[in-house]
Ligand binder design. Structure first.
Ligand code: SAM
Length: 281
């Protein structure tokens, strides 16, 4: 006799299965996965609790749940992540936007000229550049990344949100000869190479190494960005970067030694110094 799999039954079974696999928010994640597979929001799932699912629907759900059980990040499976109130497409070509990075956008918006120019180094999904372009429609926003696959996705996110961002491929300032900006922002790779193996499986095995590895002490990109920025900033131009836990002091030291003034740090919602900034004289 074939069993009847209702939404309620699949929800319960999947929640238990994912919890056994060590997924922390198994109930919530189950709802997201089923909702995506069935094209329903949370309320839609609940009002259809007793609806039996057909073989096609069960097959789709099985595929998504198997991916999550193998610790693929939920955002890659769902194909999106919210950042600064906007929905971004994400694929394994890019780092999943983190809410901590919103502090960098907030600090940039406090200081950005209304109609200037901003460069985002390591644009990835485009979450920072698109958020800035959305809030500053008169500003020329640029994004650079070494990854062609990341840039292709950033381009889709730029189009999705109807903004204008100039995207260029290359390493750091290399494709930007002769260009100067009123502000440079960056969330560069900052994990020390030796720590990458100790990261959560979802990050270590699924997110691009090129987005994570910051060299032996994690600070390689800050050295390169701080030393190169003055050649690409307009007078009084700001540089601001996201930093990892415990890196703010070292990065602030690089800013002051390089002659940046009005230096500051800003904390994320957990009270961790997350942004370092300053401007050239
Ligand atoms: C930590 S991710 C940040 C992505 C996105 N800006 C965000 O905040 O979610 C760093 C990005 O820097 C890019 N990247 C790594 N090395 C680079 C380089 N030498 N030049 C330009 N971009 C680089 C990676 O491809 C990745 O997209």
């Amino acid at each position: 006799m074939s069993e009847v799999w209702t939404i309620r039954r699949v929800l319960e079974w999947t929640r238990e299965y994912l919890a056994e696999k060590g997924i922390e928010n198994a109930r919530l994640e189950t709802e997201w996965l089923l909702g995506t597979a069935l094209g329903l929001d949370r309320v839609g799932l609940y009002v259809n609790f007793d609806k039996p699912l057909n073989q096609n629907e069960l097959g789709t759900i099985r595929g998504l749940v198997a991916r999550r059980a193998k610790r693929e990040p939920l955002q890659y499976i769902l194909g999106s992540q919210e950042f600064f109130g906007l929905d971004f497409e994400v694929t394994p070509a890019v780092l999943i936007p983190r809410h901590d990075t919103e502090v960098l956008v907030e600090e940039a918006l406090k200081r950005a000229p209304a109609a200037g120019s901003i460069l985002d180094i390591g644009v990835g999904s485009g979450c920072i550049a698109v958020s800035l372009a959305k809030s500053l429609p008169e500003t020329a926003v640029w994004g650079v990344d070494r990854s062609a696959a990341a840039l292709a996705l950033a381009r889709r996110n730029v189009e999705r949100h109807g903004v204008r961002v100039t995207l260029v491929e290359g390493s750091l300032f290399e494709p930007l000869t002769g260009e100067r900006f009123d502000m440079i922002v960056s969330n560069p790779p900052y994990i020390p190479t030796a720590d990458i193996g100790t990261l959560q499986a979802e990050v270590r095995d699924a997110e691009p190494l090129m987005a994570l590895d910051g060299g032996v002490d994690g600070l390689d990109f800050y050295r390169l960005i701080v030393s190169g920025a003055s050649g690409h900033l307009a007078p009084r131009g700001w540089l601001m970067v996201e930093v990892g836990i415990g890196q703010a002091e070292a990065v602030l030291g690089m800013f002051t030694r390089a002659g940046f003034g009005d230096c500051f740090t800003a904390k994320d919602p957990n009270g961790i110094d997350r942004v370092v900034g300053g401007r050239i004289p």
